[in-house]
Design a protein around this ligand. Structure first.
Ligand code: PLP
Length: 426
């Protein structure tokens, strides 16, 4: 009898199964449209290796001093220093996040992309904060809906995962009042996960004024904010997309009512380093002394999970963040991705409007205004599961909740896509 005979078959990951179904579809590649996967594609539907990344790789390959030694548990001091400067001390960024760095209150480490960074933070909350202070670390609340992996990451570390209302299907926008009510009902020390920008899966982000209201409740209720930033640069710009982190820092320094926050960040999308698995976690602590203790615990957590992070992607990041010319080039390339996504939203919107197909939206005359109002890589179209099914029969693939990855749209397929969508609304 096998020791594994009692193991049940786990359900397949819905997004990965969608990709499998797409590849299994015998229709020609030019005919099929994949709007499932959350990875950037260029105007020809191909993955894009950024030129800044290629140059950094060439520099690494040519560097005779390069080797494959282990890096420290929390990443090299070069990586940590550059990433901290990138996140909290950028040129042109307001003063408050800089002060947190100057006060030496932030414990930053290299994580295994966004997922691995969130996992390290979940482990610290579940294993250390909960047991040591008894005040926080037990419960985390994520938006409804959220990236499907959020619940698994925190639950598998032993945290209780709840949700707060976020999306209003009536308006295809933010359910602000419900969101504020739900956060106001939480207990001090509860953690609340906030998508910094380009919310996945809805593309709906709070406005500046709405963030103020949300952070006010976070402060009033003494919640622990966990920022997840997987799409930095895809909304307004690399520095601009950090606005809410800056807002929080300002509150921390002025009222002193919030002393802690966590930020997970990924270079998967904005540097196109998906498979390199490079990102970071930053924990804002109350003091330099507290930071040293938190950092020591982070090291223990990482040591037992994967010992130390991988170093190819982090070397690329070091080159891009550490070189003025490469950095400027990268910012331009992020702008190219951001602009293409916005352009594709607009193109789809215009085609649907020209076809006189009335969409499910309620905020404008065409019913499709939400396509251009939402931000980033994903758009919650409002298509029903039946409509999604009907589109899949025409080789157009998206998740059953009607989420499309805007990067999958290009000038060659947008006409067929709009006609097909108009067809399922007829
Ligand atoms: N957080 C959100 C909201 C995401 O959408 C993703 C990826 O899709 C991630 C985190 C983590 O991505 P990665 O681990 O590839 O950096």
């Amino acid at each position: 009898l096998s020791f594994f005979s009692g193991i049940e078959l786990a359900p397949p990951d819905p997004i990965l199964s969608l990709t499998t179904a797409y590849h299994a579809d015998p229709k020609p590649e030019e005919y099929k449209i994949n709007l499932g996967v959350g990875a950037y594609r260029d105007g020809q539907g191909r993955p894009w290796v950024l030129d800044s990344v290629r140059q950094a790789e060439q520099q690494i390959a040519a560097d005779k001093r390069n080797n494959h030694e282990y890096v420290p548990i929390l990443g090299t001091s070069t990586y940590v220093g550059l990433v901290q400067r990138f996140l909290f001390q950028q040129e042109g960024m307001p003063f408050s996040t800089r002060l947190l760095v100057d006060e030496d209150r932030i414990a930053t480490g290299q994580g295994i992309s966004g997922t691995g960074s969130l996992k390290v933070m979940a482990e610290l909350l579940a294993k250390k904060v909960k047991s040591d202070s008894g005040r926080a670390g037990g419960r985390v609340f994520i938006p409804n809906p959220s990236w499907a992996n959020h619940a698994s990451i925190f639950a598998s570390s032993g945290m209780e995962v709840g949700t707060y209302r976020y999306y209003d299907p009536q308006t295809q926008g933010l359910a602000l009042d419900a969101l504020l009510d739900d956060l106001a009902a939480l207990l001090p020390g509860d953690a609340v996960l906030l998508h910094v920008c380009c919310h996945n899966p809805t593309g709906v982000d709070p406005s500046d004024a709405e963030w103020d209201q949300i952070l006010q409740v976070v402060e009033d209720r003494q919640l622990l904010p966990i920022f997840d930033m997987a799409y930095q640069g895809f909304s307004h710009g690399i520095a601009e997309d950090l606005a809410v982190v800056e807002k929080l820092a300002r509150r921390m320094l002025s009222s002193g009512l919030i002393e802690n926050a966590m930020l997970s960040q990924s270079f998967a999308k904005n540097l196109g380093l998906y498979g390199e698995r490079v990102g970071s976690f930053s924990l804002i602590t109350a003091s330099r002394e507290e930071k040293a203790k938190v950092q020591s615990q982070l090291k223990q957590i990482v040591r037992s999970m994967y010992s130390s992070p991988p170093c190819h992607g982090s070397k690329i990041v070091e080159r891009v963040l550490g070189d003025e010319q490469l950095y400027a080039q990268w910012c331009g390339e992020v702008a190219v991705m951001r602009d293409r996504l916005k352009q594709m939203r607009l193109l789809l919107f215009e085609q649907l409007r020209n076809l006189r197909c009335h969409g499910p939206g309620t905020t404008g005359p065409t019913g499709w205004e939400h396509l251009v109002q939402q931000q980033g890589m994903f758009c919650f179209t409002g298509l029903s599961p039946d409509q999604v099914n009907a589109l899949q029969k025409q080789s157009i693939y998206m998740t059953s909740n009607g989420r499309i990855s805007v990067a999958g749209i290009n000038e060659a397929n947008v006409e067929r896509l709009s006609r097909a969508i108009a067809g399922v609304f007829a």
